[in-house]
Design a protein around this ligand. Sequence first.
Ligand code: SF4
Ligand code: SF4
Ligand code: F3S
Length: 265
Amino acid sequence: ETKPRTPVIWLHGLECTCCTESFIRSSHPIVADVIMNMISLDYDDTLSAAAGHQLEAVRKQIMKDYKGQYILAVEGNVPTKDDGMYCIIGGDSFQNVLKETAADAAAVIAWGACASFGCVQNAKPNPTGAQPIDKIIKDKPIVKVPGCPPIAEVMTGVITHVHTFGELPELDRMGRPKAFYNTRIHDKCYRRSFFDAGMFVESFDDESTRKGWCLYKMGCKGPTTYNSCSKIQWNEGTSFPIGSGHPCIGCSEPNFWDKGPFYTR
Ligand code: SF4
Ligand code: SF4
Ligand code: F3S
């Protein structure tokens, strides 16, 4: 409680802003606690009150005052084609802004599938040359928090860890925090007993759907997807895609758009 808050610069590249939408719905810890007591969210294109040149001045000031100490959080990925002209922030390309801001950051957090792996912008034919941030930033520790979006409590859980222990959480071989990405959706899915018994939904409008049988034959990617949805769930533990009758589409795995179609095996 006596620790000074960690300065955070939160950049937005090519993205849809739903990682932020997820983040602001965290219930444990509540997002107000994160922002008031753990981090100082000094720059965020979408959440900051200031905008334009005033906000860019804040970013440069934080980079100077907290050189080597601030966390760079990145939502979205980096269009690299045509000198990065497909995402311009404050008159410069996102690619340049990202490189400039990462240079003096203590560490980088990649929010969501976009920043971690590329997501839809990076799917074939990838017209803007969109790349995940680890293709641009090579000299900083990067925590990948994939999902489209990531679970709110996973996002704030990562921040809580960094704030509490003053270090990054333990990561797996893909750079994801082990605490949240060490099991597959399938491992904790409440429909697993139907899978084991060979009881599968064959059509979205048949009796097996109403009975809640396993969605594997409808294209469920739960057996190959590492995330916490079947453990933590969403919306304060209310449900998750499979709980509402939809197969997992593997949104936290690399290249999940190109691994479709979503509704067949
Ligand atoms: Fe949006 Fe998904 Fe990208 Fe997050 S990862 S910004 S939810 S498209
Ligand atoms: Fe596994 Fe998906 Fe079936 Fe759940 S619904 S048991 S995650 S295949
Ligand atoms: Fe994504 Fe599958 Fe969870 S689609 S939200 S990883 S259940």
